[in-house]
Design a protein around this ligand. Structure first.
Ligand SMILES: *Cc1c(COP(=O)(O)O)cnc(C)c1O
Length: 395
């Protein structure tokens, strides 16, 4: 039996491959430190866990939830959007609950892409944008992002004929894997582009609350007239340490939302109502609690960036996300460097190429282990003679 051609186009999921390598090393008794997957290492906030305990004891949460999410959940999301960004949305038509944002992000491609349609996808990027394009039968056009364009796709470099055939563009700021941010001026240019070519802008907001050094991330929907051209994907996962709970929401114009609803109505039956109840409590988390979590990541960031600078790396500190996106030593590929880190230091760092070919020359660090372990990473690198100026032959 042969799976679909669509499946053939999907490269192995990066972290499945990395997990295999970790398991192999662990089987040999090696103490591997993984700076791989971006999954928070501290527990969900206790107020949310408590709300879940209560919600699960309430039998009214036990049956099928409404397809678009409970009214209370949608109202809480709309309220949060207003309080956080000053954006007004109708909870009945412009908010949609999702079973984690990855689910909605993948499904939006099915809602807008026909066989042979183009999508505009950054390179490097979260792999789902590319792979969900393939699963929908579309063709991704990769918009390179790198230090030369401040990690913002250069809209003028998108060929006219591709722009004409494109249906959807994905953006993600604060950005995974690069930690880059975008401002409203850039988003305005993107909106003009979307209007000119009638393209839906999908903006992945997984990290909008994970910011440092007084940086505040904007919403695409803050721009006048953005709603009709935009769906924004918010997630509880990273902000409230809720990756395992699978709760998120989309915000944006009624028309694009209706298309996404048709796909979802026919594929899933919504997020567990108890999780939605806990999700409402999450949205009420006092800012001090979120600041505390961000401070923890900031301290980790400062520890690692100081250590890496001592080893010869030069870079600017990211003001958002728990990622560091760093160049590999000169005469190496990303794959060489990731291999050296695993073999010589028993540290897992994903190669930049895992996020697209333009990731060549970079690697990513996720600050999702504690300071003691991060100190151990730096020590192991020093012991192994790893530095930015090292040559491949030296190790
Ligand atoms: C973690 C992550 C997500 C997935 O979040 P879920 O809501 O847990 O599915 C989406 N986009 C990016 C860029 C991420 O890093």
């Amino acid at each position: 039996m042969k799976p679909s051609k669509k499946i053939d186009r999907i490269p192995p999921y990066l972290f499945v491959e990395i997990d295999k390598k970790i398991d192999e090393a662990k089987a040999k008794g090696i103490d591997v430190i993984s700076l791989g997957v971006g999954d928070p290492d501290t527990p969900t906030f206790p107020n949310i866990v408590k709300a879940m305990h209560e919600a699960i004891d309430d039998p009214s949460t036990h049956n099928y939830p409404p397809y678009q999410g409970t009214k209370e959940f949608r109202q809480a999301c709309a309220g949060w959007m207003n309080k956080r960004f000053g954006v007004n949305l109708d909870p009945n038509t412009e908010i949609l609950a999702m079973i984690g944002s990855k689910e909605g992000i993948a499904h939006v491609f099915m809602a807008f892409i026909d066989e042979g349609d183009y999508t505009l996808v950054p390179d490097p990027a979260y792999p789902v944008y590319r792979n969900a394009t393939y699963l929908a039968g579309g063709i991704p056009y990769f918009m390179p992002i790198g230090p030369e364009n401040n990690y913002l796709p250069d809209l003028d470099k998108i060929p006219e004929e591709i722009a004409q055939k494109a249906k959807l563009m994905f953006l993600n700021y604060p950005n995974n894997p690069t930690g880059a941010v975008a401002n409203l001026d850039y988003f305005k240019k993107v909106l003009d582009f979307a209007k000119k070519y009638n393209i839906l802008i999908c903006h992945d907001q997984a990290y909008c609350e994970m910011t440092y050094d007084s940086y505040v991330a904007p919403s695409f929907l803050q721009i006048e007239g953005a709603k009709d051209y935009c769906l924004e994907f918010f997630s509880h996962s990273k902000t409230y340490n809720m990756t395992g709970w699978r709760i998120a929401w989309a915000a944006g114009g009624e028309k694009p939302m209706n298309a996404l609803k048709v796909i979802k109505n026919n594929i899933d039956s919504g997020a567990f109502k108890a999780v939605q109840k806990a999700g409402i409590i999450a949205l009420e988390t006092p800012q001090e609690e979120i600041d505390k979590l961000n401070n923890m990541y900031k301290k980790r960031r400062d520890l690692v960036t100081k250590g890496l600078r001592e080893m010869g790396w030069e870079f600017e500190d990211p003001v958002a996300t728990f990622y560091l996106w760093l160049p590999v030593p000169k005469d190496m590929t990303s794959g060489d460097f990731a291999g050296i880190m695993l073999e010589k230091a028993a540290v897992v760092v994903p190669p930049g190429t895992g996020y697209g070919p333009m990731g060549e020359g970079f690697f990513r660090i996720a600050l999702t282990v504690d300071e003691e372990r991060l100190k151990e990473v730096l020590q192991r690198m020093k012991n192994a003679g790893i530095s930015f100026d090292m040559s491949k032959e030296a190790v």
